[in-house]
Design a protein around this ligand. Structure first.
Ligand SMILES: [Ca+2]
Ligand SMILES: [Ca+2]
Length: 155
């Protein structure tokens, strides 16, 4: 084979290799900062029901807010916490739940998540407003334990 032909084939091979490698890199998804371990899902849907300050349904999936606790039915502050949550995430509005990768569900089978409505982190808003307290015993087992809003309140 002529030297020029060999050089031409090497160049062609290099170009083909570059194109193939570029294609492979482009289909590898970028790291998802909210899903460090990728175990949880991001659920986007409609707020179908507010149960109380820390529990709601999105597309009929029952969700327990991660790291926060608001008063139960019958306890002081229950109505206010529920109404506050409904103000941030009104029934019928769009919401996103970022499931806790490190503790997917609680013992009742509720999805544990941070819920975002209209760009607001409901978990954080409940803490800021005093309608919930932080559950520090879960900081070390939650995907969100080292996030600024959680650290700010004691994680
Ligand atoms: Ca997650
Ligand atoms: Ca509660």
């Amino acid at each position: 084979m002529h030297k020029g032909q060999i050089r031409h084939q090497i160049v062609l091979l290099a170009v083909v290799t570059f194109v193939v490698v570029s294609m492979i890199i482009s289909v590898i998804p970028a790291p998802e900062p909210q899903n460090r371990d990728g175990a949880g899902e991001n659920l986007e849907g409609e707020v179908t029901r507010i149960v109380d300050g820390d529990t709601l349904y999105i597309d009929d999936v029952k969700i327990r807010l991660a790291l926060v606790d608001s008063p139960e039915y019958g306890e002081t502050g229950y109505d206010e916490a529920r109404d506050f949550a409904a103000g941030i995430c009104p029934e019928g509005s769009q919401a996103t739940a970022d499931q806790d990768d490190w503790q997917l569900e609680d013992q009742y089978g509720r999805m544990i998540a941070v819920v975002y409505c209209g760009g607001k982190n409901l978990n954080h808003e409940l803490l800021k407003s005093g309608h919930a307290v932080i559950l520090t015993e879960y900081c070390a087992v939650s995907e969100f334990g080292d996030e600024t809003w959680a650290v700010e309140y004691g994680c």
